[in-house]
Design a protein around this ligand. Structure first.
Ligand SMILES: [Zn+2]
Length: 160
Protein backbone atom coordinates (compact mmCIF):
# COMPACT_ATOMS: atom_id res chain seq x y z
CA UNK A 1 0.00 0.00 0.00
CA UNK A 2 1.44 3.36 -0.97
CA UNK A 3 2.12 5.64 1.95
CA UNK A 4 1.25 9.29 1.86
CA UNK A 5 4.41 11.37 1.70
CA UNK A 6 4.60 13.61 4.74
CA UNK A 7 6.85 16.07 2.89
CA UNK A 8 4.51 16.42 -0.10
CA UNK A 9 1.74 17.49 2.27
CA UNK A 10 3.99 19.68 4.40
CA UNK A 11 3.05 23.35 4.54
CA UNK A 12 6.66 24.41 3.83
CA UNK A 13 6.98 22.02 0.91
CA UNK A 14 8.21 24.68 -1.53
CA UNK A 15 10.96 25.78 0.80
CA UNK A 16 11.89 22.19 1.54
CA UNK A 17 12.07 21.43 -2.18
CA UNK A 18 14.27 24.46 -2.71
CA UNK A 19 16.60 23.28 0.04
CA UNK A 20 16.71 19.77 -1.46
CA UNK A 21 17.44 21.18 -4.91
CA UNK A 22 20.19 23.31 -3.48
CA UNK A 23 21.78 20.09 -2.30
CA UNK A 24 21.54 20.85 1.39
CA UNK A 25 22.09 17.84 3.65
CA UNK A 26 18.92 15.99 4.67
CA UNK A 27 19.94 16.19 8.31
CA UNK A 28 20.11 19.98 8.20
CA UNK A 29 16.82 20.33 6.34
CA UNK A 30 15.14 18.02 8.82
CA UNK A 31 16.45 20.06 11.75
CA UNK A 32 15.30 23.30 10.18
CA UNK A 33 11.76 22.24 9.30
CA UNK A 34 11.07 19.49 11.80
CA UNK A 35 13.18 20.55 14.75
CA UNK A 36 15.12 17.27 14.78
CA UNK A 37 16.70 14.74 12.42
CA UNK A 38 13.62 12.49 12.55
CA UNK A 39 12.43 13.45 9.04
CA UNK A 40 15.70 12.55 7.37
CA UNK A 41 14.36 9.31 5.86
CA UNK A 42 11.10 10.91 4.76
CA UNK A 43 13.09 13.69 3.09
CA UNK A 44 15.20 11.13 1.26
CA UNK A 45 12.09 9.36 -0.02
CA UNK A 46 10.51 12.64 -1.00
CA UNK A 47 13.61 13.65 -2.95
CA UNK A 48 13.23 10.43 -4.99
CA UNK A 49 9.83 11.43 -6.29
CA UNK A 50 10.33 15.14 -6.78
CA UNK A 51 8.64 15.95 -10.07
CA UNK A 52 10.66 16.25 -13.22
CA UNK A 53 10.76 20.02 -13.27
CA UNK A 54 12.18 20.12 -9.79
CA UNK A 55 14.97 17.60 -10.20
CA UNK A 56 18.17 19.60 -10.27
CA UNK A 57 16.24 22.39 -11.91
CA UNK A 58 18.14 25.61 -11.71
CA UNK A 59 17.16 27.30 -14.95
CA UNK A 60 13.40 27.66 -15.24
CA UNK A 61 13.41 28.46 -18.96
CA UNK A 62 15.55 25.50 -19.87
CA UNK A 63 13.40 23.23 -17.79
CA UNK A 64 10.19 24.56 -19.32
CA UNK A 65 11.65 23.87 -22.72
CA UNK A 66 12.63 20.36 -21.72
CA UNK A 67 9.17 19.70 -20.33
CA UNK A 68 7.62 20.98 -23.52
CA UNK A 69 9.80 18.81 -25.74
CA UNK A 70 9.14 15.84 -23.56
CA UNK A 71 5.40 16.46 -23.75
CA UNK A 72 5.49 16.66 -27.52
CA UNK A 73 7.48 13.48 -27.89
CA UNK A 74 5.16 11.75 -25.43
CA UNK A 75 2.15 12.86 -27.42
CA UNK A 76 3.70 11.57 -30.65
CA UNK A 77 4.53 8.35 -28.92
CA UNK A 78 0.99 7.91 -27.64
CA UNK A 79 -0.31 8.35 -31.17
CA UNK A 80 2.19 5.90 -32.62
CA UNK A 81 1.21 3.33 -30.03
CA UNK A 82 -2.50 3.86 -30.72
CA UNK A 83 -1.87 3.25 -34.41
CA UNK A 84 0.17 0.20 -33.50
CA UNK A 85 -2.74 -1.17 -31.44
CA UNK A 86 -5.24 -0.59 -34.22
CA UNK A 87 -3.00 -2.02 -36.91
CA UNK A 88 -2.28 -5.03 -34.77
CA UNK A 89 -5.96 -5.60 -34.05
CA UNK A 90 -6.82 -5.51 -37.73
CA UNK A 91 -3.88 -7.66 -38.71
CA UNK A 92 -2.32 -4.85 -40.75
CA UNK A 93 1.29 -5.80 -40.22
CA UNK A 94 2.70 -3.26 -42.65
CA UNK A 95 1.14 -0.38 -40.72
CA UNK A 96 2.10 -2.03 -37.44
CA UNK A 97 5.72 -2.08 -38.55
CA UNK A 98 5.63 1.61 -39.51
CA UNK A 99 4.13 2.43 -36.14
CA UNK A 100 6.91 0.51 -34.46
CA UNK A 101 9.46 2.43 -36.47
CA UNK A 102 7.82 5.69 -35.44
CA UNK A 103 7.75 4.60 -31.82
CA UNK A 104 11.39 3.67 -32.01
CA UNK A 105 12.21 7.06 -33.54
CA UNK A 106 10.41 8.76 -30.70
CA UNK A 107 12.39 6.77 -28.20
CA UNK A 108 15.64 7.68 -29.90
CA UNK A 109 14.59 11.29 -29.73
CA UNK A 110 13.83 10.91 -26.06
CA UNK A 111 17.15 9.21 -25.47
CA UNK A 112 18.92 12.02 -27.31
CA UNK A 113 17.05 14.66 -25.38
CA UNK A 114 17.95 12.82 -22.24
CA UNK A 115 21.62 12.64 -23.21
CA UNK A 116 21.85 16.31 -24.10
CA UNK A 117 20.12 17.39 -20.96
CA UNK A 118 22.39 15.25 -18.85
CA UNK A 119 25.44 16.60 -20.59
CA UNK A 120 24.32 20.07 -19.71
CA UNK A 121 23.76 18.87 -16.20
CA UNK A 122 20.46 20.66 -15.90
CA UNK A 123 18.11 17.81 -15.31
CA UNK A 124 18.06 14.11 -14.68
CA UNK A 125 15.36 12.48 -16.77
CA UNK A 126 16.43 9.00 -15.81
CA UNK A 127 14.78 9.34 -12.44
CA UNK A 128 11.82 11.33 -13.73
CA UNK A 129 8.61 9.38 -13.14
CA UNK A 130 7.27 10.46 -16.54
CA UNK A 131 10.25 8.96 -18.25
CA UNK A 132 10.11 5.72 -16.31
CA UNK A 133 6.39 5.21 -16.95
CA UNK A 134 6.72 6.05 -20.63
CA UNK A 135 9.62 3.66 -20.95
CA UNK A 136 7.63 0.91 -19.24
CA UNK A 137 4.62 1.50 -21.50
CA UNK A 138 6.72 1.36 -24.64
CA UNK A 139 8.64 -1.72 -23.62
CA UNK A 140 5.38 -3.45 -22.76
CA UNK A 141 3.74 -2.39 -26.01
CA UNK A 142 6.63 -3.86 -27.94
CA UNK A 143 6.39 -7.20 -26.16
CA UNK A 144 4.81 -8.94 -29.21
CA UNK A 145 7.73 -7.71 -31.30
CA UNK A 146 10.86 -9.12 -29.67
CA UNK A 147 13.22 -7.77 -32.33
CA UNK A 148 11.93 -4.22 -32.14
CA UNK A 149 11.87 -4.45 -28.37
CA UNK A 150 15.47 -5.53 -28.25
CA UNK A 151 16.53 -2.77 -30.62
CA UNK A 152 14.75 -0.18 -28.52
CA UNK A 153 16.17 -1.46 -25.26
CA UNK A 154 19.61 -1.54 -26.84
CA UNK A 155 19.31 2.04 -28.05
CA UNK A 156 18.17 3.16 -24.61
CA UNK A 157 21.02 1.52 -22.76
CA UNK A 158 23.74 2.80 -25.06
CA UNK A 159 26.13 5.07 -23.21
CA UNK A 160 26.02 8.68 -24.26
ZN1 LIG B 1 6.88 13.72 -1.24
Amino acid sequence: MPRVCSICSHEDREEINAALLAGQPLRGISRKFFGSVKAEDALGRHREHLPLHLVKASDAAEVAQADNLLEQVKSLQARALTILDKAEASGDLRTALSAIREARGNLELLAKLLGELQQEGTINLVVAPEWLSLRAVVVEALAPYPQAREAVLGALSEPN
